[in-house]
Structure formats: structure tokens, C-alpha cells
Design a protein around this ligand. Sequence first.
Ligand SMILES: Nc1ncnc2c1ncn2[C@@H]1O[C@H](COP(=O)(O)OP(=O)(O)OP(=O)(O)O)[C@@H](O)[C@H]1O
Length: 328
Amino acid sequence: MAVGVPAVEATGLVKRFGGLTAVDQVDLRVDVGEVYGILGPNGAGKTTFLRMLFGLIRPDAGTLRVFGRTWAEAGPSMLDGVAGFIESPRFYPYLSGRRNLNLLAGLDGGGADSRIDEVLDVVDLAGRAGDKVGGYSFGMRQRLGVAASLLRDPRLLVLDEPANGLDPAGIRDMRALVTRLAAGGLTVLLSSHNMDEVEEICDNVTIMRTGRVVYHGSIDQLRAQAPDPSHRLVTSDDAQALRLAADHPAVAVAVSGHPDGGLALRAQPADADAYVLALGQAGVAVRALHLEIAPLESLFFMLTETDPTAGRDVPAQTPPDALAGVTS
Ligand SMILES: Nc1ncnc2c1ncn2[C@@H]1O[C@H](COP(=O)(O)OP(=O)(O)OP(=O)(O)O)[C@@H](O)[C@H]1O
């Protein structure tokens, strides 16, 4: 159990926009030194939470502490040691990356100017620092946004969907950057709607749906609670494959809803192996076996898919009983 003052601590946080409760009784704790993910589909309330954290909007109820201090106690100095951006960072496109950082460093003061080379290096933009930002790729602009944040030498870096809109190479670079920064001791709080991203780089996660927390816990706990992987199986004789599944209680096989037919196979890898070998021994050829939904992704959908008939005020869908750490 972590000790000490948390980087971020929210208790019973609420934000309403008219009749809509965008953040509803959210409790969350980010300890110093961790990479923490707020995960949720569109409209879950992630950005609203981060906007409250940056003091851009005020909560209607609850408490939000950053390094132990609330806005009421500390005013804007609550954000001392905090940097980051909401949605996408903005720069002057007709100026170079370096010149943009110069201007920002001038606003920040405190010797930030002397850190420009260092932060450009950290985000892998040293070689392109003299080029106009208008010619940067989206990923380069996101990385320049991180560089601008690092100029402030933060203790907490807050990133809103940092990989959003990036191509696979940009996503890889952004993930590597966050991992490097975290390894250097920086606390990172990021929002995402992508389970893969959160799984890869975060230690702990809060999953939100329509403003409410539906899961709190470590990625390891989440992995342990995820359902069996789901595969699409195509065989030379699906009817026989279905009959043989009855001898393998650890696998669940059903006719798939896939437009090209085939079977849906849900099982742990070792059980799926045993079943596939049995198919071969029975003369049923396996023509294709694809992982359709990774276990964590499947859990994410279970936790966050909205009942289309439900309004926002309906309590969160009850998650599987086995999910420790789940809140509703
Ligand atoms: N300024 C606002 N006025 C009215 N409603 C708002 C405002 N900001 C957010 N909302 C609503 O609050 C809910 C949560 O929005 P928010 O942007 O926090 O979600 P999100 O999880 O960040 O989703 P996304 O990934 O789509 O940005 C949404 O229903 C959104 O329409």
C-alpha cells in the first residue's frame, strides 16, 4: 500500500452540466510515481474530470486535492508541479517547434528556457526543432505538447487521450515516451478510451461509464478478472466440432454470429489447445482460429457498454460478481 500524500485525490467529485451529471461521485487516488489511467468510452466524463483537475471548471460537489491541496485552499498554486494538456496542444503553426517552446518558456519564466534542448531531446524532436510546426505530423505536435509540459519540470504530467488520432507509429512513440518519463520518476495521469494503451503503460486504472466509476484497481487485478479470450474458429465440419465440444467442459463453443459463419470459441489458451488437438484427432480440420476479442477488451465492454434503453441516471450495469475492485 502506497503511503504519503497522493499526487491526485478525488472524493465524491461531481460535475453537472444542466441536467446532465458528467462526473458522478468519483473517488480516485493517484499515488506519486505511478502511471494512472482513466479509461472510458466517449462521454464517460474523463475530460471533464481532467478539466476540474486543471481548475478550468469547478466541481459541484466533492473534493479534489493535488499534492494534498484543494483549489479553495491554494488557488492556482494548487497546480504547482502539474503540467499537461486537455485534448490537443495548440501551437503557432508558422513558427518552429523551438520558437514555440521559447515563447512558452518566456511565459513560464523560472529558467524554463534553459530546458528547451533537453525536453526536445526527451520527446525525440531535437532533429526537427527548427522546422515550422505547421509541417509537423499530428504525432510530432502531440510530442511537442509533452515537451511544452516538461518545460515546467512537473511532478505530475496530465495527458488527455495522448494517443488519440495518431497512426500506429505515433501511438508506439507516444507510449514509449510516457513509459520513459514514468521510468524517470514522473507521475503520469492519462485518459484513454483504449484498453490496450492503458494495459501497456498504466499501473492502475479507473474505468468510467456515463460519469460513474465502474472499476478501480491495478492492471494485474483487472487481467486476473478478465473473461476467457474469445476466438473465431473455422473448421471443415462445424457440426462435428460442436458435438466434440461437449467432451471439453472448459471450452465454450457456439455458432458464431460472424457474417462468414464459423464458430465462436471462448476458452483459456491451454483448454483451447486441448480442444483443437481433439478436433484434429477426430478428423476435423481447423481452417482458421482468430483471437476476436482480447480478454481485457472484452471486460472493458462488459463494464462500459450502456443499456440503450437506460437513461444516464440509471445505475451502472452490474458487473460480474467476481470483479473485486468494482464499484457501482
Ligand atoms: N461544457 C459542457 N456542457 C455541456 N455538456 C458537457 C460539457 N462538457 C462535457 N459535457 C458532457 O459531459 C459528458 C462527459 O463528457 P467528457 O468530454 O468529459 O467525456 P469523455 O469521457 O472525455 O469523452 P470523449 O472521449 O468523447 O471526450 C458528455 O455527455 C458531454 O457531452
